[in-house]
Ligand binder design. Sequence first.
Ligand SMILES: Cc1cc2nc3c(=O)[nH]c(=O)nc-3n(C[C@H](O)[C@H](O)[C@H](O)COP(=O)(O)OP(=O)(O)OC[C@H]3O[C@@H](n4cnc5c(N)ncnc54)[C@H](O)[C@@H]3O)c2cc1C
Ligand SMILES: NC(=O)c1ccc[n+]([C@@H]2O[C@H](COP(=O)([O-])OP(=O)(O)OC[C@H]3O[C@@H](n4cnc5c(N)ncnc54)[C@H](O)[C@@H]3O)[C@@H](O)[C@H]2O)c1
Length: 472
Amino acid sequence: MKPTASHDLIVIGGGSAGHAAARTAAGLGAKVALIESAEPLGGLCILRGCMPSKTLIETANRMRAIRDAARFGIRVAEPELDVDALRDRVRSLVSDFRQHRESEMTSGRYKLLHGSASFTSEHEIEFATEKGESRTLTATTFVIATGSTPSVPPIPGLAGTPYWTSDHVVHLPFLPKHLAVLGSGAIGMECAHLFEGLGSQVTVIARGDSIMGKMDPEIGTVIEAESGDRGIRFLKKTDLKSVTYRQNHFSLSLEGAADSLEADALLVATGRTPATAHLGLEGIGITLEDGRILIDDRCTTSLSHIFAAGDCASPVPVVHLAVIQGEVAGKNAIRLAKDGHRDTAAVWNRKSAMSGWFTEPQCVEIGMSEKEAQEKGITVLTGRKDYSDQGKGIITGCQRGFVKVIADAENGRLLGACGTGPLVIETAHILQAAIELGVSAQDYLAIPHYHPTLAEAWHRAVADLADRLPVP
Ligand SMILES: Cc1cc2nc3c(=O)[nH]c(=O)nc-3n(C[C@H](O)[C@H](O)[C@H](O)COP(=O)(O)OP(=O)(O)OC[C@H]3O[C@@H](n4cnc5c(N)ncnc54)[C@H](O)[C@@H]3O)c2cc1C
Ligand SMILES: NC(=O)c1ccc[n+]([C@@H]2O[C@H](COP(=O)([O-])OP(=O)(O)OC[C@H]3O[C@@H](n4cnc5c(N)ncnc54)[C@H](O)[C@@H]3O)[C@@H](O)[C@H]2O)c1
C-alpha cells in the first residue's frame, strides 16, 4: 500500500540541478525536502568543476598573454607563476561561491537534510543521518539529481599511483614540469591548455585519430594546430597499456604513436560516470542506460512520479542544462503532486543547445550541426567567416579561428552554429538567442553589430550565406 506522503517532493542531491529543482518547487508553494550527502555544500560546479577550473584557466590565459606580449609591442620579462598565490585565489573564490550557495540552501525555503539517500520502494527513501541512524521519508514525487563521478579505466598499474583526475587538478597539487593527459575531451583539452599556459610541458594521449570529441572536425584541426604551435604534443591513435610510478615519476607504457612516455604528473580525463549505482533504482524499476537515468523532455523517468535532472540523467552534462532540467523537474513534479497532472508542460530541451570548451582559443557549438541537418533531410546553406579576415580578429592576432553558421536553404531560418576563436563562447550567445527564437538570416542581418568587435564575425558569417538565399 502507498504510504501517506510526508512531502510533496523529495530531491536527492544538492548540486546545480537539485538546488534548482528544490527552489523551483518550494517557490510554487510545495512542501519540499532536499537530501545532500556531501560536506561542504556546493556541488560539482562550485567545488570541483566550472568555477575552480575557470579560475585556473584565467591565470593560465594571462600568463600566456604576457609571454606573447612582444607581438603587441610590449617588452616584458618572462612571467613567473606564484603557485601558492594562485591556489589561495582559487580557494578564496570557491569559498565565496560556496557560501553564497550555502546561504541559498539553508534559507529555509526548503528543508535541507544531510545523508546518503536510496529508494526502498517507489514512494519511500531511506537515508543515514549524521548520527548514523537510518531514517525513512515518503513523498508524492521525487527528483533524482545525484550528479556524476570521474570514470577511471582499469589500466594495469594505474590504481596504485597518485594520478590526478579533475578533482585533484582544481586544488593544483603542484606545477608539473611534464604533464601527461589521458583523453582529449572537454577536461583533457581544457587542462592541457591550462597547464601549458601555466608553464608545464604537456603531452596528450588520444585514442582516436582526432581530438576534441564530437566537436566539428574543423575545430579539432584548428585546436590541434594552435596547441602544436605552443608546444603541446599529441600522441593520437595511442593506447595507455600500463603505468608505473617511482621516485615522483610516472613511466607510461604506450601502444601507437610512441612506446613510452615519462612525466611527473598524469591526468586521467576519460569521462564521468552518472552517480546512480547506490540509489536502489533497479529495484523500483527505473530504466538506466550505462548508469544514466533515461528521461524524456519533461525530465520524467520510467516511473511517472520520479523525475531526474543534471549529470545523472542529462545526455549533455553541462551546468545550464542541469539548472534548466532541475527547474523543469521541480515544476512538473509539483504539478503532479498538487493537481495529479500527468500531462505536464514544462520541457528542458532547446533547439539552441550550446556546448562551449574554455580552451585557448575557445570553442563552441550551438543547435544543429550540418550532419544532423542532413540526417533530418533539411537542405542547408553554410556561411563562414575567418577571424584572420575580420577586423577585430586581426587586431587580436587570431590567425586560425573561424565561425560557421547554417540556415535552412528554403526559408533562411538559422539552425546551428559553431566556431573557435577569441572569446567565441561569449559572443555566441547572440546566435543562440536567434536560433532559439527561429530568427531568419535576413532578420538577423537587420541588427547591425558594433564595429570593430569579435561578435561581427557571426554577422559576416550570416551575411555570407544570406547572399545565396532565394529572394523573398
Ligand atoms: C573539471 C570540470 C569542469 C567543468 N566545467 C564546466 C563548464 O565550464 N561549463 C559547464 O557548463 N559545465 C562544466 N562542467 C560540468 C558541470 O560541472 C556539471 O554538469 C554540473 O555541475 C552538474 O550538476 P549536477 O547538479 O547534475 O551534479 P552535482 O553538482 O555533482 O550534484 C550532485 C550532488 O548529489 C549528491 N549526491 C550524490 N549521491 C547522493 C545520494 N545518494 N544522496 C544524497 N546526495 C547525493 C552529491 O554529493 C552532489 O553534491 C565541468 C565539470 C568538471 C568536472
Ligand atoms: N566547458 C565545459 O562545458 C566542460 C568542461 C569540462 C568538463 N565538462 C563536462 O565534463 C564531462 C567529462 O569530461 P571528460 O573530458 O572527462 O569527458 P569527455 O567525454 O569529454 O572526453 C573523454 C575522453 O576520454 C577518452 N577516453 C574514454 N575512455 C578512454 C580510455 N579507456 N582510454 C583512453 N581514452 C579514453 C575519449 O576518447 C575522450 O577523448 C564532459 O562530458 C563535459 O560535459 C564540461
